[in-house]
Design a binder for this molecule. Structure first.
Ligand code: NAD
Ligand code: TYD
Length: 354
């Protein structure tokens, strides 16, 4: 795409991946005006952006993509050249206990945003772009072999992945029906700093530090492909600027781990960092009741992204895991805030007068 971006809207920029993306783009494109639209749900936290919040070209907008009137007002006030859409309910376990929030935010919220873009751009699509950030979980579950490619048929199996698959379909439908200039990427499991402690790695780090049991679901033989979150942010930057309208790009770390092996690697890393005897943390591993409908294996073929846009993951697992573990150990305060609701107070203090 010939980039004419001046006003870029990012949704979900106070979340885990979104905050890394906002940081990357704010630092890399001082000539863009970047608007971070986030509802600040339990998963969104402005402390994730403390180091860039004073940047004059970063603007925070508190708002909910499920609220059509709010979006209509926003788009009436502000023109956007590009939208990178990450806002979502993102945790599989929560989708099992409460699927409706996933339908509302991930499906209806995405369609609201598509509508707002379609109305604002009104057929003038030159230099415009709607980028939908999605997950490899839409492809379903693999056996021992094989990889998801961009041609793999969708086969979502959890309420989370079903809602993301549905949103992907709507994004493609807006491209085919209305000509909306869209790109989609489907990425594997991310890890790194600022991930909410409900997800596997931060949860295990937290429990190891507190010497609490490490709950491994089922037999622990479930496989995920792990990607360093900043590598994902860099892939998004590349696809946003150089991707082809209507195309899908798979993003992966080429880095498959069985959960139990990954937890063991983490335990060894934590023993070292905490100066505990080897094997100390691993003794906390506890096999617990499995997740219903648990997908056995995800693995991404990211060859298209490498061939066409020259992107490859840069950070290796051992290095990324150590950086992640250190970050959580050094940021206990962050952990306490995101889990206690104190960030709401922080938000009030920072933004009440803006
Ligand atoms: P996250 O849960 O950490 O953050 C989601 C953000 O969206 C939060 O800041 C939250 O406040 C905001 N949000 C939620 N509902 C909203 C609403 N109705 N209106 C406005 N904002 C709202 O999620 P994440 O892990 O950073 O994932 C970001 C995106 O990337 C999601 O679309 C997810 O499906 C996708 N993805 C995640 C992974 C992963 O491993 N985490 C992998 C592939 C794709
Ligand atoms: P998660 O971080 O929830 O990501 P996803 O389900 O989107 O892949 O979980 C990663 C893997 O770790 C998944 O196979 C479920 C497993 N898991 C556990 O074994 N124990 C846990 O406490 C959690 C949160 C996840």
């Amino acid at each position: 795409m010939m980039t004419t971006t001046k006003h870029l809207l990012i949704t979900g920029g106070a979340g885990f991946i979104g905050s890394h993306l906002v940081r990357l783009l704010v630092n890399k494109y001082p000539d863009y005006q970047i608007y971070n639209l986030d509802a600040l749900t339990y998963a969104g936290n402005l402390e994730n952006l403390k180091d860039v919040e004073q940047a004059p070209h970063l603007h925070f907008i508190k708002g909910d993509i499920t609220d059509r009137d709010f979006l209509r007002d926003l788009f009436a006030r502000q023109a956007f050249d590009g939208i990178i859409h990450l806002a979502a309910e993102s945790h599989v376990d929560r989708s099992i206990t409460g699927p409706m929030a996933f339908v509302v935010t991930n499906v209806i919220g995405t369609v609201n945003l598509l509508e707002a873009a379609k109305e604002q751009w009104a057929g003038q699509f030159d230099g415009k772009r709607f980028y939908h950030v999605s997950t490899d979980e839409v492809y379903g579950s693999l056996g021992e072999t094989g990889f998801f490619t961009e041609e793999t048929a969708y086969d979502p199996r959890s309420p989370y992945s079903a809602s993301k698959a549905s949103s992907d379909h709507f994004v493609r439908a807006y491209h085919h029906t209305y000509g909306l200039p869209v790109v989609i990427s489907n990425c594997s499991n991310n890890y790194g700093p600022f991930q909410f402690p409900e997800k596997l790695l931060p949860l295990m780090i937290h429990n190891i530090r507190q010497r609490k049991p490490l709950p491994v679901y089922g037999d622990g033989q479930y496989t995920r492909d792990w990607l360093w979150v900043i590598d994902h942010a860099e892939a998004i930057d590349r696809i946003y600027h150089d991707g082809v309208n209507g195309e899908t790009y798979n993003i992966g770390g080429n880095n498959e781990w069985k959960n139990i092996d990954l937890v063991h690697l983490l335990c060894a890393t934590m023993d070292r960092l905490l100066d505990r005897p080897a094997g100390d943390s691993a003794s906390l591993i506890t096999f617990v009741k499995d997740r219903p409908g648990h997908d056995r294996r995800y693995a991404i073929d990211a060859g298209k992204l490498k061939r066409e846009l020259g992107w490859e993951p840069l950070v290796q697992m051992q290095e990324g895991l150590e950086r992640t573990a250190r970050w959580y150990l050094e940021n206990q305060e962050w952990l306490e805030h995101v889990t206690s609701g104190n960030y709401q107070k922080y938000y009030q203090e920072q933004y009440a007068s803006r």
